[in-house]
Design a protein around this ligand. Structure first.
Ligand code: ADP
Ligand code: ASP
Ligand code: MG
Length: 423
């Protein structure tokens, strides 16, 4: 008998029929003797609908006060899901109880719309499990030190599930979704993408941070920090398939170095179209410039991603960086109103229609020429590279958004990631 956490995403919870299916699957695991904690997302489209309502009422939503209300609104989606799933489990003849984040509680910081989990008190959940109940906990939400509802950022239910699994020392956390595992790239963009039966934690961390939405980055970070056994698998297999077969399906995130993986120089391609590029032009080139620009951006709680500073001419330089598209307008305002005048820079320009495409692979540590091959592939497609950033196991480029799919497909082909042809 093991303590198992299941997470079901929005599509998997997308209708009452699907919720009944989830309940049947969970019931199968519970009847096999496992202690079950289930973390569902809001029904698909619901978070977007809720945030859309907020936008209708208040298109400007950049203050801390308004972001707090966004969380109040968005968190309701998951509350509906847990109640429905609990009812469906009860209809299956199981004892089940649902909790919102604040009831557990899942305590977070106060960074509304992108809060971080600080602590989970599992006493209540353990008592319910001991009493023979299936426990269902809202994904995506928590409560801060002031007793206010917070949310963990889009895709945050993954993080809720892994954090609960870590706090409770669960034997495994299974992330059920609408694809049957982690692929070499998003199978919606490249139909030839291949499912990986295992992926190393390091690679998964890079892929998630570079835009592969199959797992939220923080969920992978939690899994790494607390060594949570993590698997991504499909919720669309028949609910009554053999449990052992189901438990071995999908993609396992591994922590050991796998020799086979070392051989695949590039394991996957990630992309992200959620960023915008901002350039501060004609900045006086003297010490402290990067700090003066990015320090104030960071103080406004805006994350900066790719950063490039050009060679200076006549004592002035251009400084470019990318931010999340949601923060783009706010960053531009901050620069125009405060930073640029204070610095004596000439101008600030921006382009919200860019995207970042990345190749990821542990094998890049020990192979040379991989980045060059990436640049050549893009050049052959006539795609201009605007920014480049590298680390030990990834190379990312910023390009015009309109070339994103072309770039991903060309790179997928160039690095031989396609499924081997069926014999
Ligand atoms: P859920 O609602 O279950 O959390 P998400 O939409 O957040 O589901 O994540 C699953 C989606 O992630 C898939 O439908 C797929 O389009 C996308 N995706 C992006 N990159 C990958 C990848 N490398 N492997 C698998 N899926 C990916
Ligand atoms: N419902 C939230 C979202 O749509 C959280 C999640 O699905 O993981 O982002
Ligand atoms: Mg998701």
């Amino acid at each position: 008998m093991a303590l198992i956490v299941h997470k079901y995403g929005g599509t998997s919870m997308g209708s009452t029929e699907r919720i009944r299916n989830v309940a049947k699957r969970v019931a199968k695991w519970a009847r096999a003797g496992h202690l079950m904690v289930v973390v569902p997302s809001a029904m698909s489209g619901e978070t977007n609908r809720l945030l859309g309502l907020a936008k209708e009422v208040s298109p400007e939503k950049t203050t801390a006060d308004s972001m707090r209300e966004l969380d109040m609104i968005a968190a309701t989606g998951e509350q509906v899901s847990v109640g429905l799933l609990s009812l469906a489990l009860q209809a299956e003849g199981l004892q089940a109880v649902s909790y919102a984040g604040w009831q557990v509680p899942i305590v977070t910081d106060s960074a509304y719309t992108k809060a971080r989990i600080e602590r989970i008190d599992d006493a209540r959940v353990r008592a319910d499990l001991a009493a023979g109940k299936v426990v269902i906990i809202t994904g995506f939400q928590g409560i801060d030190g002031d007793g206010r509802v917070t949310t963990l950022g889009r895709g945050g239910s993954d993080t809720s599930a892994v954090a609960v699994a870590a706090a409770m020392k669960a034997a495994e956390c299974l992330i059920y979704t609408d694809v049957d595992g982690v692929y070499t790239t998003d199978p919606r963009i490249v139909p030839e993408a291949r499912r990986l039966s295992t992926v190393s934690f390091e690679e998964m961390l890079e892929m998630a941070s570079l835009g592969s939405k199959v797992l939220q980055i923080r969920s992978v970070e939690f899994a790494g920090k607390y060594r949570v056994k993590l698997r991504v698998l499909s919720s669309f297999t028949p609910w009554d398939i053999d449990l052992a077969e189901e438990a071995a399906s999908g993609t396992l995130i591994t922590f050991e170095d796998d020799e086979k993986m070392e051989q695949a120089v590039v394991s996957g391609i990630a992309f992200n179209r959620d960023e915008g590029k901002i350039s501060v032009l004609g900045v006086p080139d003297k010490p402290g410039i990067a700090y003066q620009i990015l320090g104030q951006v960071a103080d406004a709680n805006i994350d900066v991603d790719v950063i490039v500073q050009n060679v200076s001419h006549d004592g002035r330089t251009d400084f470019s960086f990318t931010v999340h598209r949601n923060d783009y307008a706010r960053t531009m305002d901050l620069l125009k109103q405060k930073i640029v005048p204070a610095l004596g820079a000439k101008d600030v320009t921006g382009d919200p229609k860019i995207c970042k495409v990345s190749i990821v692979g542990i094998g890049m540590k020990s192979h040379v020429g991989i980045a060059a091959k990436m640049f050549r592939t893009l050049a052959e497609e006539g795609i201009n590279i605007q920014m480049i950033t590298t680390s030990e196991i990834k190379t990312s480029v910023v390009i015009d958004e309109k070339y994103m799919e072309l770039a991903v497909r060309a790179l997928h082909r160039a690095f031989d990631l396609e499924a081997p042809p069926v014999a």
